[in-house]
Design a binder for this molecule. Structure first.
Ligand code: ATP
Length: 348
């Protein structure tokens, strides 16, 4: 088994706390993405798991064994970096073979290990090419093959797609996802790209200033954010500050709503979070709809984004699919807004 357990991990640099009391259990075969803004500690966490950075406190276990103090080369992990770090003077075969030789894999086994790994990444037949004869995506696949050939217990990805152009990134996300499921190796994936995390991961760990803000499936993180940081960081969210009183939400500007389902009544300052695509635009006279005026229309290609202002002065963003037969609203027009109560969430 190669489940991974992080317990109370902490890393400080002088007075700067990079990672604080981070605990996480990663199941055998699971793909977990670490997501968060620059400087939140995701790379430091990955490097502690890899053994390049030693924790100030806490333990790291793989399959139950404490590896906190093991050097990187004894951890049985494979790491894929943003820079492919291929040897330019070696062929694809030479690059993949290099790590196997360094780890003293039985020479008789090397050819089949190379063939299997290149097959997995779809590069059979490219053995004799040099890195300069490959596209960026192919080079990254070689880097992946090099790591897969080692058959590590854990795969660690450090922003591996950042150097690729936008279209290729999207394609490689799907490739990495299906490859990881095929080989079943427990994996960590660091990224600051939320779509990448949502596509690739079984579970996303959202980090903020060195701590885990929320860990959950992509659906949980998106549909049920537990803090305003998560709601704001993942996708777009309308965040309306306000208070709860007499069983109703009242925005700071005075816009009132019945409480969302299951919401805890509390007099504390909170925000109401509502995703732009969960709001329907209907005729302004529609019963129970909230009347709003359209103040901005932005065409974003496949979607149209509307900024709308309520009578209270609160502004919301509404997103609709760009269809010629619908949503032909213009600036200054009045609409009614409707949403399902379950989609409005009160957050601390
Ligand atoms: P990015 O997306 O920009 O790579 P990150 O989430 O991976 O960010 P880390 O690289 O883990 O963030 O850094 C976390 C914090 O620790 C930052 O404040 C960073 O400045 C600090 N830090 C990281 N490495 C060192 C170091 N070697 N010495 C001092 N401070 C460091």
């Amino acid at each position: 088994m190669s489940d991974l357990q992080l317990q109370g991990l902490r890393k400080t640099y002088g007075t700067n706390v990079a990672v604080e009391n981070l605990s996480l259990d990663v199941r055998d075969g699971e793909m977990v993405a670490f997501l968060g803004p620059s400087g939140c500690g995701k790379t430091t966490t990955l490097r502690m798991v890899a053994g390049f950075v030693s924790p100030t406190a806490g333990t790291i276990r793989v399959g139950g064994a404490d590896i906190t103090d093991l050097p990187p080369n004894r951890r049985d992990m494979g790491m894929v970096f943003q820079s492919y770090a291929l040897f330019p003077h070696m062929t694809v075969r030479g690059n993949v073979a290099f790590g196997l030789k360094a780890r003293h894999v039985n020479a008789a086994e090397v050819p089949s290990r190379i063939a299997d790994a290149l097959k997995l990444v779809g590069l059979s037949g490219y053995e004799e090419r040099y890195p300069r004869e490959l596209s960026g995506g192919q080079q990254q696949r070689v880097a992946l093959a090099r790591v897969l050939a080692l058959r590590p217990k854990l795969l660690l990805f450090d922003e591996p797609l950042s150097n690729l152009d936008a279209k290729l990134r999207v394609q490689m996300r799907h490739e990495i996802r299906s490859l990881q499921k095929e080989v079943g190796i427990t994996s960590l994936f660091v990224t600051h790209d939320q779509e990448e995390a949502m596509t690739i991961a079984d579970r996303i760990v959202v980090m903020n200033v060195g701590r885990i803000e929320q860990a959950g499936t992509p659906d949980e993180i998106y549909d049920a954010p537990q803090t305003r940081f998560v709601a704001d960081f993942i996708g777009t969210a309308n965040l309306i500050p306000g208070q709860v009183a007499d069983g109703r939400f009242r925005s700071t500007r005075g816009f009132e709503l019945p409480l969302p389902d299951g919401a805890q009544a509390s007099a504390n300052e909170i925000v109401l979070s509502l995703r732009p695509e969960k709001i329907d635009m209907v005729a302004p006279e529609t019963p129970e709809s909230v009347v709003a005026t359209i103040t901005r229309v932005t065409k974003l290609g496949s979607t149209v984004e509307y900024a709308v202002t309520l009578a209270s002065g609160d502004t919301l963003v509404v997103q609709k699919q760009n269809r010629s037969d619908r949503n032909n609203h213009e600036v200054g027009g009045q609409v009614g807004l409707l949403w399902s109560r379950a989609d409005a969430r009160l957050l601390p």
